[in-house]
Design a protein around this ligand. Structure first.
Ligand SMILES: Nc1ncnc2c1ncn2[C@@H]1O[C@H](COP(=O)(O)OP(=O)(O)OP(=O)(O)O)[C@@H](O)[C@H]1O
Ligand SMILES: [Mg+2]
Length: 310
């Protein structure tokens, strides 16, 4: 098979069946498989077989429009509690738009409309009596580009807590958030220094700490490692694994290996309706990350993860 730079799905399948070729790609390591083609060995934390985790979000027939342009159509998915769910798919298919549906952030964009049902812990997230500001506090967001405020490290966190009405001893709140984001040891002696003086990876952990200071229950991450080097990326992934003990995480990523490394579940998105000036996306396949990467049901998923598309 002639594939440029992607994962060879036939090889992945052979691997599962026990006859891996010598140049099997790195993704098998991410999935906890043995290099000699033998049956999978002990899987990485979080990849182990689980019994029905609770659904944190239950999305039914979700549609989303920017003006008259439909960006999402008929999305049906459950996001599981204290698991990492990755959203993958080609540029423009609606990953960020979908992510913003989980904390009603699309409503900050004028002229948008969301229809269908999103339940959060069994309650309608879009019910008229639900305050979107409270939703955004409970369901925090970390963005692609680290965006610390031009303030001290301490104030970045304290501000994150204050605007979300978190009360208590601010020194304790700041220390706790920085420890949770695994940044404390690196910054404890320079809390008064500007957050902008940190490295890119540290800035992203500072932003994660700022999100954590608001005491969310879910963390949404939109390509959080896109601007980071491989070492900083691995740090964030380790942090995510740690955080999933306490939080449900949904991450958008363009990095297939990252999705395979960190996520328990993967949602594959694709543009399904394409006309002049219109591009509507949906989730075409969803399941356990391991299954989706090794035995995808949809040929478009296979094409995408093997690098033949997008
Ligand atoms: N603020 C906006 N106003 C109007 N249309 C938008 C807006 N944001 C996104 N869109 C449109 O919605 C569609 C999905 O965009 P979205 O940013 O969700 O895609 P994506 O999968 O996150 O892409 P990428 O991988 O490039 O980040 C695109 O057609 C895009 O042009
Ligand atoms: Mg995006």
């Amino acid at each position: 098979m002639d594939v440029q730079g992607g994962y060879r799905m036939a090889d992945l399948t052979q691997e599962v069946q026990g006859s891996a070729p010598a140049d099997f790609p790195a993704i098998r390591t991410e999935l906890g498989m043995r290099g000699d083609g033998a049956a999978p060995t002990k899987m990485k934390p979080g990849m182990e077989t689980r019994v029905s985790p609770n659904a944190e979000f239950d999305v039914t027939d979700l549609d989303m429009f920017y003006g008259s342009a439909q960006a999402l159509k008929n999305v049906n998915i459950q996001i599981y509690e204290k698991r990492i769910t990755a959203i993958i798919g080609p540029s423009g298919c609606g990953k960020s738009t979908f992510l913003r549906c989980f904390n009603r952030m699309n409503e900050l964009i004028p002229n948008t409309r969301t229809q269908g049902r999103v339940l959060f812990r069994g309650k309608d997230l879009y019910a008229p009596n639900v305050d979107p500001v409270a939703v955004r506090k409970t369901v925090g967001m970390v963005f692609q580009k680290p965006n610390p405020f031009p303030k001290s490290i301490f104030d970045n966190i304290a501000y994150g807590a204050q605007i979300n009405g978190i009360k208590g001893n601010m020194n304790d709140i700041v220390e706790r958030a920085l420890r949770q984001a695994e940044l404390w040891d690196e910054v404890k002696d320079k809390l008064k220094q500007s957050g902008l003086a940190l490295s890119g990876g540290q800035q992203q952990r500072l932003c994660i700490a700022r999100t954590l200071a608001a005491q969310p229950e879910v963390i949404l991450m939109d390509e959080p490692c896109a601007s980071l080097d491989p070492i900083a990326t691995i740090r964030i992934e380790e942090l995510m694994r740690e955080l999933k003990k306490d939080f449900t995480i949904v991450i958008v990523t363009h990095n297939m290996q990252q999705a395979a490394r960190v996520s328990d579940y993967t949602a594959m998105m694709m543009i399904t309706d394409k006309e002049e000036g219109k591009r509507t996306g949906t989730v075409i396949e969803y399941g356990e990350t391991r299954t989706l990467f090794t035995t995808p049901q949809d040929s478009r998923t296979e094409d995408y993860i093997t690098g033949r598309f997008g």
